[in-house]
Design a protein around this ligand. Structure first.
Ligand code: ATP
Ligand code: MG
Length: 280
């Protein structure tokens, strides 16, 4: 790894809140901005690999096998080239590679990984030479794989929906992350939250979003990501949102452009109040 590579993990304890969608949106924005990027699909479900339309070719192996190989592993040599790069006519020699996910990684998704196992992904990323940005899509748990991602990252992004359970869980996850950072990792210097799937028409969601602003302060990244009606169709077609037609996709693409910029300039924030019950 050369220079100031940003390694950003995207995680949440709760499933289905948009980790993979945020990873794909950031990947799309990074590609549009011409930032050489590696996506590490650490979820054994491999949704990011599916959304990016990649498959292993020839002797290439999924990311879990590289993690097992340890110092002999090679993420760069085993990374698949995203077909999004072939559709991108604007960028100069675009780089968007994918360390492809798969079920082998589940062997590391235990709650009791030893510190030397937690460092496996970090060691692999330190050997890469091609990327300025690494985005790690995590499974919905705080077990070994997510902790391995946090250990490898200098930025941790938690994804939350503006709903009671998601916000309360994110607050607990943030505390777990801070404890983890104090205990294991010195290079994790920024923790932030992305609010996803916001519906402005919902009173409850507006309440939860204002609660998130109070709780997370400057750690809540701007902009908030609204409900995007085309998302499933875009992901189903394995397309980049920047390459999808229509004003709605263009608006989402602009949100992710701003998030990529925010991720390079965000700093951790002050103390947050606890979650409160909703107003009637
Ligand atoms: N902003 C959004 N607007 C509309 N749909 C969304 C949005 N974000 C995510 N979705 C949809 O919600 C579903 C779950 O999203 P996604 O797979 O990104 O969540 P996840 O947190 O990665 O899930 P998992 O925990 O299973 O890995 C997907 O069908 C996705 O298309
Ligand atoms: Mg996912």
């Amino acid at each position: 790894m050369v220079g100031s590579v940003q390694v950003v993990s995207i995680s949440s304890l709760k499933g289905g809140v948009g980790k993979t969608s945020v990873t794909l949106g950031l990947a799309s924005a990074a590609l549009a901005a011409g930032i050489p990027t590696l996506i590490v699909d650490l979820d054994p479900h491999a949704d990011a690999s599916t959304g990016l339309g990649v498959a292993l070719s020839g002797p290439q192996q999924e990311v879990g096998r590289q993690i097992k190989a340890g110092r002999r592993g090679d993420l760069q040599a085993n990374a698949a080239v995203s077909p999004w790069t072939q559709r991108d006519k604007s960028a100069q020699g675009p780089v968007l590679d994918v360390a492809v996910g798969g079920s082998f990684g589940t062997v590391y998704d235990r709650p009791d990984l030893r510190p030397r196992d937690l460092r496996r992904l970090k060691t692999l990323l330190e050997k890469t030479t091609k990327y300025q940005l690494v985005l790690i899509d995590c499974p919905p748990s705080l077990n070994g794989l997510t902790r391995m991602a946090w250990t490898a990252s200098n930025q941790a992004v938690l994804v939350a929906e503006p709903s009671l359970f998601s916000v309360a869980g994110t607050e607990r996850t943030m505390r777990a992350l801070e404890m983890f950072r104090n205990e294991f990792n010195t290079s994790l210097n920024t923790t932030s939250v992305v609010a996803n799937r916001f519906r402005d028409s919902s009173t409850e969601q507006r309440f939860r979003l204002s609660e998130m602003r109070r709780m997370f302060g400057a750690q809540l990244l701007n902009p908030v990501l609204p409900e995007q009606p085309d998302w499933q169709q875009i992901q189903g077609a394995a397309y980049s949102v920047h390459q999808w037609p229509g004003e709605s996709a263009r608006s989402t693409a602009r949100h992710f452009d701003q998030l990529v910029q925010s991720l390079t300039g965000t700093s951790g924030a002050a103390k947050r109040p606890r979650v409160r019950a909703a107003a009637p």
